[in-house]
Design a protein around this ligand. Structure first.
Ligand SMILES: [Ca+2]
Ligand SMILES: [Ca+2]
Length: 87
């Protein structure tokens, strides 16, 4: 008589709490922009392990439209981003 144990782990993956805070450190600064810039031109971001967070308008690719949204949400190093910033 054996006892079978089954462990399960629930992993929740969510986007950044602050819109445009791509590195999830609370601010929206040039570190975040660097990630966005490095992803410019990437399409099919849902398959991309890093760049999916940079698709700010959620259209599946990283382009100038995402940069425009980012600029509108930018604060600065150590300055908390605006959680209500439009995306
Ligand atoms: Ca940040
Ligand atoms: Ca986009």
């Amino acid at each position: 008589m054996g006892v079978s144990d089954s462990d399960s782990v629930l992993v929740t993956v969510s986007g950044p709490a602050i819109p445009c805070d791509l590195d999830s450190d609370g601010d929206v600064d040039l570190d975040d922009f660097a990630l966005l810039q490095s992803c410019l031109g990437v399409s099919n971001v849902s398959q991309h392990p890093v760049c999916w967070v940079a698709d700010l308008n959620d259209n599946g690719s990283i382009a100038i439209d995402d940069v425009a949204l980012f600029v509108g949400c930018m604060t600065g190093p150590g300055i908390p981003g605006d959680a209500d910033c439009p995306q």
